[in-house]
Design a protein around this ligand. Structure first.
Ligand code: FES
Ligand code: FE2
Length: 456
């Protein structure tokens, strides 16, 4: 043992901790290719795969869930999604010819319908039966508000497209964006289920990246629904108890509260700033595909810019690698947090703590769903529980409930959050405007009940 005074009283343990470099990732949760449990799980859901603006006259080569694919719009305007390689002799269909009703390989002219059926084999003799003996892999596609979705699972299990209540609201302008990250999907997705990083990374670490009020440590409560989960994220800002609600539908759909809300007056059932999916490209690359919602009154200070939302970019800080390295080091954002965990985050190397309850919950639920699927059990999709439009909760409620003399405010915030969660859930029995009116009325009455309590 060295007697060097610089080392005495200190406890350097780099050598004894070197086992961290031997740890391995968790393939069950991270591998998304064909035949992998997590890959099959993703293949039971509709997933966004591209933006409308990416599909022009030429075929678009993309990779989704480890599969190389070509997305194209045939001459009458319908979209097709097929395996990359022509099933004749594997020339890539990114060099194919887009025609009416399908795509033609430019090597020997085999033409494919949108479902991958071979329509023509012009170089073959007329009697050739080859086109009836094989086909090209193809997947169904849905296009909505600038986003393109596909279902890549078995067709007999294909669920209806899950149309959420936030997808078509009056006065809401939805702008899609797509940003890639060079890392596994789970670390990108988990970030949305980690409400505590907002306090540090986005507010205290360097500067306020969103709003000052995020500096207060929130009180988080997790809630389960018949399908999916949500959490309430509660803070006091002067007389306001502010409850942000975040949705999660596995495998990777989340909605959060407004982006730049000002908690200075009552607000009842304000809706989400973001509807977001994490779509794996392969095991070590990922896309965030999301709609930013722009509604009147959501951004009182004018901090948003819809022009900044689109392919490779969005209007809030730190979502892509578009900043230089020094800027990223000095003022890191979400992208730097999830990408720097490594190509595939190694959970064995982590030490989950109290504030990681959301992350732990996501992993636990995912593992359980994957075990169900591998064991041959049915897995639930939103359409198994809800009819379209599927009720979601993401957004902000702000209630004017001042500090109550002689009562513990943390306890009050908890009571209020539980009640708000209960009110949201009780609205599920209604749809559309009726549901909204019911939730707003219940929230108003609840807020008023605190005034009555104090005047008794
Ligand atoms: S490789 Fe495509 S038609 Fe021959
Ligand atoms: Fe964040």
């Amino acid at each position: 043992m060295s007697n060097d005074p610089r080392y005495t009283g200190r406890n350097f343990r780099g050598h004894s901790r070197q086992e961290v470099w031997q740890t391995q990732s968790d393939p069950l949760l991270s591998e998304v290719g064909p035949g992998k449990p997590c890959g099959e799980f993703f293949r039971r859901f509709w997933l966004p795969i591209a933006l409308t603006e990416q599909v022009g006259e030429l075929p678009l080569r993309i990779r989704i869930l480890g599969e190389d694919l070509v997305l194209f719009r045939e001459k009458l305007g319908e979209l097709g999604l097929v395996h990359l390689h022509c099933c004749h002799r594997n020339m890539s269909l990114e060099f194919g010819i887009v025609e009416e009703g399908g795509i033609r390989c430019s090597y020997h002219g085999w033409k494919y319908a949108l479902d991958g059926t071979i329509l023509e084999t012009p170089c073959e003799p007329p009697a050739s039966q080859v086109k009836n003996k094989t086909c090209l892999g193809a997947y169904p596609v849905v296009e909505y508000k600038g986003m393109i979705f596909s279902y890549m699972g078995p067709m007999e299990l294909c669920p209806p497209f899950p149309f959420m209540d936030t997808f078509d609201e009056e006065g809401d302008v939805m702008i899609p964006y797509l940003i890639e990250s060079p890392c596994n999907w789970l670390q990108v997705m988990e970030n949305a289920w980690d409400p505590y990083h907002v306090v540090y990374l986005h507010t205290k670490a360097v500067r306020t990246q969103f709003i000052e009020a995020f500096a207060e440590m929130p009180k988080i409560q997790f809630h389960e629904r018949d399908y999916g989960d949500f959490y309430t994220n509660t803070r006091r800002v002067e007389d306001i108890i502010w409850i942000r609600v975040h949705d999660l539908f596995l495998p990777s759909f989340t909605q959060n509260g407004g982006h730049f809300p000002i908690p200075d007056k009552s607000r009842y059932f304000g809706r989400c700033g973001l509807s977001r999916w994490v779509t794996p490209i392969d095991d070590t690359s990922t896309m965030v595909i999301a709609w930013r919602h722009f509604r009147e009154g959501d951004d009182p200070k004018g901090l948003t810019d819809p022009n900044e939302v689109g392919l490779g970019k969005t209007d809030f800080y730190g979502q892509s690698g578009d900043r230089d390295y020094e800027t990223r080091q000095k003022d890191p954002g979400d992208y730097d947090a999830w990408v720097s965990q490594g190509p595939i985050n190694i959970h064995q190397r982590e030490n989950l703590a109290f504030t990681d309850r959301g992350v732990a919950k996501v992993r636990r639920k995912l593992r359980s769903a994957l075990n169900d699927l591998s064991g041959g059990k049915d897995i639930q999709r939103p359409s198994d529980v809800y009819e379209n439009p599927i009720p979601t909760y993401g957004g902000d409620t702000m209630l004017n409930i001042p500090l109550q003399a002689g009562r513990d405010d943390a306890a009050i915030q908890k009571i209020v959050a539980l009640k708000v969660a209960e009110i949201y859930q009780s609205g599920d029995k209604y749809t559309g405007q009726e549901r909204k009116a019911f939730i707003v009325k219940e929230l108003r009455e609840y807020e008023q009940s605190w005034v009555n309590e104090n005047s008794d």
